[in-house]
Design a protein around this ligand. Sequence first.
Ligand code: NAP
Length: 244
Amino acid sequence: MRQVALVTGASRGIGRATAARLARSGYAVCVNYYERQDKAEELTAQLRAEGCAALAVRADVAVRAEVDAMVRTTEDAFGPVTLLVNNAGVAGQALFQDVTDAMWERYFAVNLNGMRHTIQAVLPHMLHEKRGCIVNISSIWGQHGASCEVTYSCTKHAIIGLTRSLAMELAPSGIRVNCVAPGVIDTDMVQVLGQETLRALAEQTALGRLGTPEDIAAAVAFLASDEAGFITGQVLTADGGFLP
Ligand code: NAP
């Protein structure tokens, strides 16, 4: 059966590196994006020029109908999804007393509900085949407390709960569910912190540098591989030895 990966939020950052890595290792890849069609199509054009199978598909993962349409488009192009990488996410900082309903709801809608939408859309085929793999992207802030990031941290803790519980539920059906918890990774998401803070965060990292999107793509690729065939319900922390 053809290996087909759907990577959410793959136009930039960690998702982009993950989609590229999977495509170059033989997966047909759906590169999901939300706003940056230009970045998504630049990536798929580059991958196709290298002989890979890749398709850019827009969907707001927070909207079930858009996710369902994206999965149908992917299936029509490549066949059923065998690997789902739930990477799309939003982040930001605010004192807890300043968190608005809109912020709270949007973060949960994208970071958590988005995963429910994608998983429920790809599961019927995985259950039918009794095989499949799901990798969710949490964060070290899903493992530790994060001042001024309570909302984000709550969504990332919830992703770990989702991963562990769903892994137990789906294991009898031959479907593995795991999670990667990245440390501080040098992407657009962290640029708002400013260079001085990023330098301090690199110093707080035992390996002395920020992570790269490719560092996380490698962790996802491992969990997706047959080498990880006996691993499910786990959180793989890829943080360079970050000291919270
Ligand atoms: P990023 O550079 O900000 O990229 C975010 C990606 O998510 C973009 O491709 C964006 O699409 C997409 N996206 C945002 N909202 C979406 C929506 N509603 N529907 C579909 N796609 C959406 O972020 P990143 O740093 O690569 O982070 C990727 C994941 O890793 C996130 O879940 C994040 O929480 C997690 N993470 C990041 C770090 C870090 O230090 N960077 C650490 C731990 C965990 P557009 O380009 O179209 O806007």
